[in-house]
Design a protein around this ligand. Structure first.
Ligand SMILES: [Zn+2]
Length: 241
């Protein structure tokens, strides 16, 4: 009887370890897949169905060091995000040796990649797939704030707040998109900083109140992402569909 109990408890602890490993591996992914798809589709991106692909890339061990730092910026000092801070991150795009991450620079970097490929006459949509994804991560508070215990414990839950209904609410997100005018890289940097600030401030609020985001707060955030990405599509000469 005792050995059966021991076996059972050993089995439980292996199970717990497996679950903990699973959730740890999943916990820094940003919005879950369907939330990313909803943002990209509402923005009018033709390849919206690939908007979760950058997280798939990141899941491969060999690509993770290069890709994962493009998905967040740990604002450890809780500094106000400025256009200058955004531009300072551009040269770190795709660089693995960067502990704090460089999500803001990755958005500019992928727009530059698109322009370069497009100017050379090559197929250029894949950098925009990355851009759609990064523009999505930009509004997620826990991708814009310090990676502390609060962030680690609540990351997975907050990534998935609207996951089960996001694809049913694409029309709502689309109707809520507001106009952003981007005519230069400076405009783009300024708008990235503005959306990052909405996420940083919400991150501060939920930390102070020790809670997860509400559905309403989450929709407000993804609408910022969809509005920004729609403006980026226009800026690079893609007509949102
Ligand atoms: Zn991501």
């Amino acid at each position: 009887m005792e050995s059966l109990l021991n076996r059972t408890s050993r089995g439980m602890s292996i199970m717990t370890t497996v679950l903990v490993l699973f959730f740890n591996a999943a916990d820094t992914y940003g919005w879950h897949d369907r939330t990313h798809l909803a943002i990209a589709q509402a923005a009018g991106f033709e390849r919206w169905y690939s908007a979760a692909a950058p997280d798939v890339v990141k899941s491969r061990d060999m690509f993770r060091p290069v890709e994962e730092k493009n998905h967040y910026y740990n604002n450890n000092a809780d500094r106000k995000v400025t256009a200058q801070m955004v531009m300072e991150q551009v040269e770190r795009f795709n660089r693995p040796e960067d502990d704090e991450g460089h999500l803001y620079g990755a958005i500019i970097g992928s727009v530059r990649d698109y322009k370069k490929l497009s100017a050379s006459g090559k197929y250029a949509d894949y950098p925009l797939v990355f851009c759609a994804h990064y523009a999505g991560d930009l509004s997620m508070p826990l991708h814009n704030t310090v990676y502390d215990d609060f962030n680690k414990e609540r990351h997975g839950t907050n990534d998935g707040i609207i996951e089960c209904n996001a694809l049913n609410n694409i029309g709502y997100i689309q109707r809520s998109i507001y106009d952003i005018r981007i005519e230069s890289e400076e405009d783009l940097a300024r708008e990235i900083a503005r959306v990052a600030e909405t996420a940083r401030r919400l991150g501060r609020k939920i930390r102070k109140e020790n809670r997860n985001m509400t559905q309403a707060e989450t929709y407000t955030q993804v609408i910022h992402s969809a509005s920004l990405f729609r403006a980026i599509l226009r800026y690079v000469g893609k007509n949102p569909c």
